[in-house]
Each structure stands twice: as structure tokens, then as C-alpha cells.
Design a protein around this ligand. Structure first.
Ligand code: SF4
Ligand code: SF4
Ligand code: SF4
Length: 255
């Protein structure tokens, strides 16, 4: 059987989602019979040109050069899969979209005129067609593995669509929102992490982004009833996937 030719490419990001491929360790070695990483700078020095069967893209698109690279990758790829919060909603660096990026450049760089950036950090789907999104900051390696295995078996990959709350219920967690009055974005956030944070008695901060049919305005109302400070509600929605259109509605209410 022909091996699947896979590319893993990063845009503006911390590399954490790419590292989840390497964190698969033994499972990854087993996959090597069926896939080859033709382009993956974290894992090998040499890059083979496309076309690629699957291209995983990490990171948000933040510079004009990245827009060009992304368009070329789309041309060269049968499937483009966005991995992680940066690539599915802009991620942490999209926090700058509410601020003055020119001012940041002046504060940080001695020659700000050399830095070319777009006004906003955006997910790749703003510029190209993306076939699948695997969520999280970082993505879960189990989800990555399952995704690749489904493709290898010729199946249409299925990914979660429901909320973190359902995972909490399946695990029998005590609800930190209802029982302790703690802020938690679980009711509006996509499942897939196994309710990681509530399992340690912490509220979810939304790193998997909005679930399908997410209704953050309803949760916003509940958080207000709990007397959570407006600034804290805003920050909760903003921090990891705030640039998603669903969460932006709540954030803008507090701007
Ligand atoms: S989603 Fe999180 S872990 Fe992944 S690249 Fe972005 S910041 Fe890093
Ligand atoms: S702790 Fe959060 S995620 Fe879990 S059930 Fe309660 S609201 Fe939902
Ligand atoms: S519980 Fe929420 S913040 Fe924690 S890992 Fe899951 S989606 Fe991310």
C-alpha cells in the first residue's frame, strides 16, 4: 500500500501542537508503516515538495508572507487540517486583534519598520478552505492519532461536536459551576479533552473553542447572576479562543 504523504507546517504559534505528533512516540513509530512525513521541520531536516495527501497546519496567519505560504500549501494538498486553537480560531496571539499592533511593534522592536504584520491574527480558514479542524491548546495527541487512523482505514474522520459538560457527566465530575459557583466555559466549549480541567476541580477556559450550536450569551447571563466581575467574564471568553465569532459577541459586550 502506498504511504500517505503528510506535511506538518506552522504559522504564528508556539509549536506546541506540532509537538503533540512527536509526543505520540510509540504510536507514531507504528504509523510510520503507513505514512511518511514529507515536510515536518520539527522532525526532519529535509522537506519534500508536494503534492501532499494531508497537510496539518498549526498557528494563526499573522503576516502577508504567511498568506502566500498558506495559499501554496492549499494548492499542494488534498486535505488541509487545522490543528489547535491558533489554527482554528486565532488562538492566544489573536488577543492583539483588540489592541494596536503598531504600538506593540514600537514598544518591542528597535526597527519596527522592518516588521510586516497583518492588522489581525486570523485562523487559516479566513483565507483558504480548511477540510477539518482538530481543536485544543494544544491538540490532544489521542485525537490526532484517531484522526489519522480513521483516514488510513478509508473512513470519513469524525470529530466531537458536543460540549465539555457531556464529558464531565460521563466522568461523574462534580460541576464546579453549579456546586461551587466557579466560572466555567464547559457548557459552550467543544468536547475532546476528556473534561481535563473540571476533573481537577477547575473551570474550563475554553481552549477547544465553541462547540457546535454554542450559545455563549446564555452562559454569559448565568455568569453575571453569579456576580463574576465583567472584566473577568470578558477575559475568560477572550484568552484562548476569543476571536471565534461565537465568543466575540460576549467579549464585545464588555469592550
Ligand atoms: S494552539 Fe496552543 S499549543 Fe497549539 S500552537 Fe497555538 S498556542 Fe501553541
Ligand atoms: S464543571 Fe463545567 S464543564 Fe463540567 S459540567 Fe459543570 S459547567 Fe459543564
Ligand atoms: S476543560 Fe476546557 S480549558 Fe480545559 S482542556 Fe478542556 S477545553 Fe481546554
Amino acid at each position: 500500500m502506498r504511504k500517505l504523504k503528510v506535511a506538518v507546517f506552522k504559522f504564528s504559534s508556539c509549536d506546541g501542537c506540532q509537538l503533540q505528533f512527536l509526543n505520540m512516540e510509540e504510536e507514531l513509530l507504528r504509523l510510520m508503516d503507513n505514512i511518511e512525513f514529507a515536510l515536518f521541520y520539527e522532525a526532519r531536516r529535509f522537506a519534500e515538495p508536494g503534492p501532499y495527501d494531508i497537510t496539518f497546519v498549526e498557528g494563526s496567519v499573522s503576516t502577508p508572507h504567511e498568506v502566500e505560504l498558506l495559499a501554496k500549501l492549499r494548492e499542494d494538498s488534498k486535505l488541509v487540517v487545522a490543528v489547535g486553537a491558533c489554527a482554528t480560531s486565532g488562538g492566544i496571539q489573536a488577543l492583539r486583534n483588540w489592541a494596536d499592533v503598531e504600538e506593540f511593534k514600537r514598544q518591542v522592536y528597535p526597527r519596527p519598520e522592518w516588521i510586516e504584520v497583518l492588522k489581525n491574527a486570523e485562523p487559516p480558514s479566513k483565507y483558504i478552505r480548511v477540510d477539518y479542524e482538530i481543536r485544543g491548546c494544544p491538540v490532544s495527541k489521542e485525537q490526532l492519532m484517531l484522526f489519522v487512523l480513521q483516514l488510513l482505514k478509508g473512513k470519513t474522520p469524525s470529530l466531537p461536536v458536543d460540549s465539555v459538560c457531556l464529558e464531565c457527566k460521563r466522568k461523574g465530575n462534580v460541576c464546579v459551576l453549579v456546586v461551587r459557583g466557579m466560572p466555567c466555559l464547559g457548557p459552550v466549549t467543544m468536547s475532546g479533552c476528556g473534561a481535563l480541567c473540571p476533573s481537577y476541580s477547575r473551570g474550563c477556559y475554553g481552549c477547544y473553542g465553541p462547540m457546535a450550536d454554542s450559545r455563549p450569551a446564555v452562559l454569559n447571563k448565568r455568569l453575571k447572576e453569579l456576580n463574576i466581575r465583567p472584566k473577568d467574564i470578558q477575559l475568560l471568553f477572550k484568552q484562548f479562543t476569543g476571536w471565534s465569532k461565537e465568543f466575540r459577541g460576549v467579549i464585545d459586550e464588555y469592550e
